[in-house]
Design a binder for this molecule. Structure first.
Ligand SMILES: [Zn+2]
Length: 114
């Protein structure tokens, strides 16, 4: 499962941060999974919860923000909102779209326990 390896990557980032900043437990982890990032949010949450026991994420609240997809339409010369990378431009129906927003999976914030 794709999301399991993504969750493993996120956990590594968290553990590296924990080591660098000297905390052991995360209270709240906030992630951003853009609509165009190709991430199944429910599967990602499930994978993180499966990996959490025994790690810095054990017992942490996991918040996943889902910024909407945005793309630049070359035909319209404007930024439009799209739901998936396969969507046509909502204005002209064209497919010459360059995704510009909602494409990232990243850690936004870590709230740690004292
Ligand atoms: Zn267009």
């Amino acid at each position: 499962m794709h999301e399991m390896s993504l969750a493993g990557g996120i956990l590594r980032v968290v553990e590296q941060t924990a080591e660098r900043e000297g905390f052991t437990r995360v209270q709240q982890l906030t992630l951003e999974a853009g609509a165009l990032a190709g991430v199944e949010v429910r599967a990602l949450r499930f994978a993180l919860e499966a990996l959490a026991p025994g790690s810095a994420l054990e017992g942490a609240e996991i918040v996943i923000q889902e910024p909407p997809g945005q793309a630049w339409c070359m035909r319209c010369g404007t930024t439009v909102a799209i739901q998936t990378r396969a969507d046509p431009c909502p204005h002209c129906g064209g497919f010459q779209l360059q995704p510009t927003g909602g494409t990232e999976l990243r850690v936004v914030d870590l709230l740690v326990q004292d």
